[in-house]
Design a binder for this molecule. Sequence first.
Ligand code: CDP
Ligand code: MG
Length: 245
Amino acid sequence: MDKKELEQTLVLLKPDALKNSLTGYLLSQLSEFHSGLHFAGARIVAVNRILAEEHYAEHRGKAFYESLLDYITGRLHWEDEPWKRRVVAIVYQGADAIRKIRDIAGPTNPHVAREDKPGCIRALGTLVPIKDTAGRVISDRMDNLIHASANPADAEREIKLWFTPGDIPPMMHAYETEICDAWHGYADGRLFTQSEPGAICLFAPGDVAWRSDLETLRRLAGGLETAESLNYVAAKYLINDARIR
Ligand code: CDP
Ligand code: MG
């Protein structure tokens, strides 16, 4: 397979897509017949705060940020039924995967989507006003049904955030992996390099990890600066772990 065929992108079927039973429709729109793309990975994820913050790190501090975290963690759509709070996370693979899926998804803002690209997925979304404590509208939250990576750098960051190498068939790995030679654990936002009671195991010797994650952990353990945080590396191993809320 040449490099172009290996292009991958992350898709999230967001909580509003599940709530409105649009998952089948979305998967049809994205199917191999329509998009020419292939499944490389899929997970049902109850999004915790750590994962939500890492996924939307670029939007930290914006007026819609807190509301966006409530949206992606499913709190907004299932206030009283926490067990229903899920997204479907999918890696699609194939030539031009990023552009093709952004195209099928359409513009971020559902109103713009309806105007400029009727028929795209996000044209089925909605805008929800965000108010400050005084009741003034300060921004809009865009419930737009689907996330799709915007460019190759985002796709790599996002796929490695949501998926371990073991979630993707080895022949479909688009990024370098490495076999761990040391134990790494996580508790209360801290990294442990030796077995620690109560710590969640990230990886043990012999496990296959993203090479860039191991490089991040080595630098963190050495007290060096890193582009990504410990939470970024750990998040995919904490998914659906009952100890993390
Ligand atoms: O998802 P996309 O890359 O198209 O857009 P973004 O600008 O990276 O924003 C990420 C997500 O934040 C959007 O998909 C919207 O769900 C949400 N958003 C929002 O709720 N309100 C805004 N004013 C902008 C974005
Ligand atoms: Mg984006």
